[in-house]
Design a protein around this ligand. Structure first.
Ligand code: MG
Length: 429
């Protein structure tokens, strides 16, 4: 569904003479963008409070929403990844990648973590506050493998976070990143119920995401014995594409069929140890699964550590502004996935997989939409105004739209098929 390969095509040599003109246009566009921003609606303006209903996470209008974004690396002091906990990194990921969610992964019991160094909390707060300022969702992640040993600390921490940020629809609490292979009913669930209860005393409504056994893979186990009598609870599903394939999607499907909502708060393109080669085939299978089921996701991770999962090469700037040379193979792949992500899918219609591409992304003057069976295309701005409503000639596989006159910002493209409507975002430079 998401498309990857076409997005890296280089600028044709014949347009060299146009490049300086394009720069002028780009500068002018950026200027217009600055003027226009005060009117633009952010993802949180659009979607508002997230609400769990059955196995779906819905926006304020009751529509299934699928957020796409990045996870920060462990926040731990002197681990390296904490250098990227900057407001400029958040801004860059919002403005260049079009992320709609970011995850602050606060290390807890490991060396340099929150238990040992309270400055980890300041890193988290910086990310949360910048995410709120930019109008995206933000996950406050208790990034632990043994949270049941630090329950008092977790409760105190989340009480503080709920007090500071519970009024903002942006905030999502992730109370236990990845339990190891321990009991759901005897250890994790009781821990979760205590922490949830503490949060709900202060913040009665924001989404809470709960980890589960085997590094948040046993969502099927949870679905047989979910937390009851609490609202807005979803469960984490973590996967690494080079390690976890169809068998884990099957477990996720069991969980969905049993009626619990899932949120992929962490996934990798590589092996489960965070290293190795990108497995693009399995990434594509996973992304199709997430899009089809309206599941949100954050990729691991924003860092320049020398391992496959990092999106950045060693020494990349800690203030954003990254170019293609700054990205790893994983970073390039994930950037394209996020830039081209389906915001929401009409899940009520016939479940029919469709392949289509919208490129380039971000778009300057012209956008191409390629796919089969598209009957109508609509372009809508974030105030809900329909800017274009165009029938597509039967059997026409590529549609070209001139969007030169559009203001810089985020637009919604609806692709109407016979049985189904896909909603995609378009970032106009
Ligand atoms: Mg609240």
């Amino acid at each position: 569904m998401h498309q990857i390969k076409l997005l890296h095509s280089s600028v044709p040599t014949c347009v060299n003479t146009l490049i300086s003109m394009r720069k002028i246009v780009l500068l002018f566009s950026l200027l217009l963008g600055c003027i226009g921003k005060q009117y633009a609606q952010s993802p949180v303006d659009i979607h508002g409070n997230l609400q769990v209903s059955g196995n779906q996470i819905l926006n304020q209008y009751g529509e299934a929403v699928s957020l796409a974004g990045m996870s920060m690396f462990w926040s731990n002091t002197n681990w390296g990844g904490e250098a990227y906990y900057t407001s400029e990194v958040v801004d860059w990921l919002v403005e260049d990648w079009g992320i709609t969610v970011i995850r602050a992964a606060m290390g807890v019991e490991a060396s340099g973590g929150y238990i040992w160094d309270a400055s980890n909390k300041d890193r988290v707060k910086l990310i949360v506050e910048e995410a709120i300022a930019k109008g995206i969702y933000v996950i406050i992640d208790w990034h632990s493998h043994h949270a049941e040993d630090y329950e008092d600390e977790a409760i105190a921490f989340f009480e503080e976070m709920a007090t500071l940020y519970g009024e903002y629809p942006n905030v999502i609490y992730e109370i236990y990143n990845e339990p190891v292979q321990i009991s759901w009913p005897d250890i994790i669930k009781p821990y979760a119920e205590q922490v949830i209860d503490a949060i709900r005393q202060i913040d009665e409504d924001n989404l809470i995401v709960v980890g589960n056994p085997t590094w948040s893979q046993d969502v099927d186990v949870v679905s047989w014995d979910p937390i009851v009598d609490e609202i807005n609870i979803a469960y984490s599903l973590h996967f690494y594409a080079a390690t976890h394939g169809q068998y884990l999607r099957d477990k996720a499907q069991v969980a969905l069929d049993n009626g619990i909502a899932l949120f992929v708060t962490e996934w990798g393109t590589v092996s489960a140890n965070g290293d190795g080669q990108v497995n693009e085939f399995e990434v594509n299978a996973w992304m199709d699964f997430l899009c089809e089921n309206g599941i949100s996701h954050c990729n691991w991770s924003v860092n320049d550590k020398l391992e496959g999962a990092s999106i950045l090469v060693d020494g990349a700037s800690t203030t954003g502004g990254w170019t293609e040379a700054d990205y790893t193979p994983s970073g390039l792949l994930v950037k394209d996935i996020i830039q081209d992500w389906c915001l929401s899918v009409d899940l009520n219609n016939e479940n029919q997989s469709m392949e289509y591409q919208i490129f380039p992304s971000p778009v300057a003057d012209e956008v191409y939409i390629h796919g089969e069976g598209i009957e109508r295309i609509r372009v809508i701005d974030l105030s809900g105004q329909v800017l274009l409503n165009q029938a597509v000639t039967p059997n026409q596989r590529t549609v070209h739209l001139d969007v030169q006159a559009y203001r810089p910002g985020l637009y919604i493209i609806e692709l109407h098929h016979k049985y189904r409507t896909y909603t995609k975002k378009m970032i106009k430079q």
